[in-house]
Design a protein around this ligand. Structure first.
Ligand SMILES: [Zn+2]
Length: 121
């Protein structure tokens, strides 16, 4: 992949990472603040639900964050845009839609058919 395209994807990934970190920061605050004003049991129950939801989001975001970090490392090592399974170049339109992709569409489809539970989001 050309250096200027690599720069483009690196910028895209870095911006996504920064946005995720900002959102994660907002959720962490949301976890703490409402609990300090929980006068009755109903409110507390609602807050528990909200809290569980936030924790799941954070887990998902943590995984995405990890994928973004790995993609940035691949850009630095020169492996970005190359399918880790077959070594073919990953279509740039695919990378535009999913910049953390590590496999070409053929390999990804095959992997998903074999392991539907591990489908990437
Ligand atoms: Zn492949």
């Amino acid at each position: 992949m050309q250096a200027e395209r690599l720069d483009f994807f690196k910028k895209m990934l870095t911006e996504r990472r920064d946005a995720l970190l900002r959102e994660a920061g907002a959720e962490l605050r949301a976890l703490v603040d409402p609990r300090e004003a929980a006068p009755d049991a109903l409110d507390a129950a609602v807050e528990e639900t909200d809290r569980d939801f936030s924790l799941r989001l954070q887990d998902r975001e943590r995984k995405l964050l990890h994928k973004i970090e790995e993609a940035v490392l691949r850009i630095q090592s020169g492996d970005y845009g190359t399918c880790e399974a077959c070594g073919a170049e990953i279509d740039e339109r695919r990378l535009m839609a999913r910049p953390v992709a590590t496999q070409c569409i053929d390999c990804q489809t095959e992997a998903e058919q074999m392991e539907p539970r591990r489908r990437a989001f």
